[in-house]
Write a protein that binds this ligand. Structure first.
Ligand SMILES: Nc1ncnc2c1ncn2[C@@H]1O[C@H](COP(=O)(O)OP(=O)(O)OP(=O)(O)O)[C@@H](O)[C@H]1O
Length: 212
């Protein structure tokens, strides 16, 4: 039977002759699972295993399934897993619209269609009209919203968050948490949130797993 959402089925990440991370979990569509643990417990390594960017020194055992499909052997770009990092990593030489366009799948063809998707995306994050702006002219919270939307435009089927709120000040952090969880829930995405911050996990409102 197909199981929708993100399934980490007896997943282990090994380094040398010892497992660094071992996890058995299922995140349903629209659910947020928070993963906490001390520095060095393997939180970022776990996310790298899921998106397919682990260094060659690591080996993965077990299964990673997304909407019932095994994705563990696919190249990163074919996995349909979006990730947001602590830093927004916007392309500085592209406008805000150019950054968003980078997220759009190639199947969205035609200038008018792409421009309309980008404008709707800006509207969804409260930044209508910001398309021509240089990313350097945005506040930290605005950059974070553009990074979120660029990731969502790629139509991922799961969302991974690696401490994406920690650089924002308290007010913006709260606003960004609400926006991320609302946009993910609206799309029915399973979300895996890695964080040091108990408030992040509390705001996510779902189950919490401790590593390490
Ligand atoms: N490329 C690599 N080669 C060898 N060891 C690595 C590599 N990347 C990470 N490690 C080790 O793997 C362990 C887990 O690191 P990881 O970054 O996953 O931890 P973390 O829980 O995300 O920590 P933090 O909360 O500090 O970000 C650490 O001991 C780290 O030194």
């Amino acid at each position: 039977m197909q199981e929708d959402g993100l399934a980490l089925d007896r997943l282990e990440v090994w380094h040398g002759d010892a497992p660094l991370v071992a996890l058995d979990a299922h995140v349903a569509p629209g659910e947020v699972l928070s993963v906490m643990g001390p520095s060095g417990s393997g939180k970022s390594t776990l996310l790298a295993a899921i998106i397919g960017t682990l260094a060659p020194a690591f080996r993965v055992r077990g299964h990673i399934r997304l909407d019932g499909r095994e994705i563990g052997a696919l190249p990163p770009e074919a996995r349909r897993v979006g990730i947001l990092f602590q830093e927004e990593l916007l392309f500085p030489h592209l406008s805000v619209a150019g950054n968003l366009g980078f997220g759009l799948p190639p199947s969205v063809r035609g200038r008018a269609e792409r421009a309309a998707r980008i404008e709707a995306a800006l509207d969804e994050i409260g930044l209508a009209g910001f398309g021509p702006r240089d990313p350097d002219t945005l506040s930290g919270g605005q950059k974070a919203r553009v990074a979120l939307m660029r990731m969502l435009l790629a139509e991922p089927r799961a969302l991974l968050l690696d401490e994406p709120f920690s650089r924002l000040d308290a007010g913006r952090r709260d606003q960004m948490r609400r926006l991320v969880f609302a946009r993910a829930a609206a799309r029915g995405l399973p979300v895996l949130l890695v964080t040091h911050d108990r408030e992040d996990a509390a705001a996510a409102g779902g189950r919490v797993i401790e590593l390490g």
